[in-house]
Structure formats: C-alpha cells, structure tokens
Write a protein that binds this ligand. Sequence first.
Ligand SMILES: Cc1cc2nc3c(=O)[nH]c(=O)nc-3n(C[C@H](O)[C@H](O)[C@H](O)COP(=O)(O)O)c2cc1C
Length: 169
Amino acid sequence: MTDILPIPQMSPSAEGDAQATATAVYHDGSQREIHWNDREEPFPNGKLIVSRTNLDGVITHANAAFVEMSGYTREELIGVPHCVLRHPEMPRAAFKDLWETVSAGNKWHGYVKNLRKDGSFYWVYATVIANVRDGKVVGYTSVRRKPSRTKIDEVVQLYREWLAAEDAA
Ligand SMILES: Cc1cc2nc3c(=O)[nH]c(=O)nc-3n(C[C@H](O)[C@H](O)[C@H](O)COP(=O)(O)O)c2cc1C
C-alpha cells in the first residue's frame, strides 16, 4: 500500500477574478484552504480525462488530460486523495451515491464540477467503475467526457437544491 500524501495547496490565479475562500474539511478529517472563482475551463474537445484510484480513493494513475485540466503536476496528484478536486458547490450526496454504487460493484454515472488548482472549474460527465482482479475489487477507474451544456444547466439547479438541503441539515 502506497503512502497517502497530503493534499497540495492551491495557488489561486492573480488575474483579478472575484475569489471566495473557505476551509474545506475532507472525509479523512484533513483540512485545506480552498479558493474558487467563476471562471470555467472548457472540457477539451475530443479528449477523455482518466484517473484510477486505490480502494480508498487515492489517485494511482492520471492521464495527460487529467493532469492538464487539474492544474496540478502529476507528482502533486499521484498518492493524493481524489477529493483534491472537490468543488465547494458539489453536494456531498453525489459522492455518497458514487461510493455506494461503485463499492457494491456497480457502474456510476454523474456530472461533477471540479476545482482546479488556480480556483477555476470544469464540468465533466463521469463514469466510475471498479477494477476487478482475480474476482476482487482492487481499485476504481473514472473516465470523463464532455458534458452537454443543457445537462449542466439542469444539474446546477439540482445540486444547488441538494446543497441547500445539506447546509440546512
Ligand atoms: C475513481 C474515482 C474518481 C473520482 N473522481 C472525483 C473527481 O473528479 N472529483 C471529485 O471531487 N471527487 C472525485 N471522486 C470522489 C472523491 O473520492 C471524494 O469522495 C469526493 O471528492 C468528496 O470528498 P470528501 O468526502 O473527502 O469530502 C472520485 C472517486 C473515485 C473512486
């Protein structure tokens, strides 16, 4: 089992975007200052963004498109929990559903807003599956493709409602 590395710090862009800042608390109890803004990085046409994790959601593989879109270097990503990309506007219920689905051996599909190192974001349509070796789940793979704008608009509204419900609870 490889060591789990701490989530790297963000480096928000100095381009004058309106920034929000908060302390994110992750599932393992670790914390980090996050910064985000309203700048969207479009999903690259004709590409797939791929990563693999171990059973704990620690990144073990990232393709070139993943590295590029995240804004981190590959060295900063490998060995780090996947929540390094968690955007504060993503409801927890989405990830709960993801983990319940894939740990039961099923395929998960969903729309995810990801936070880049510089505070901007990108939307993906993700498919997550379990990697099975000798009948045992040894990790997970996520393949993301470009989502349709219509779907994103629907999901933004839905996630806003879920987040409000989570904040109220
Ligand atoms: C294969 C795989 C890929 C994942 N990809 C992402 C991702 O792109 N962005 C993200 O925020 N979480 C992703 N997750 C979910 C994270 O592991 C984590 O549950 C989520 O970021 C919420 O983090 P938290 O529970 O620490 O707050 C992925 C999980 C798996 C198993």
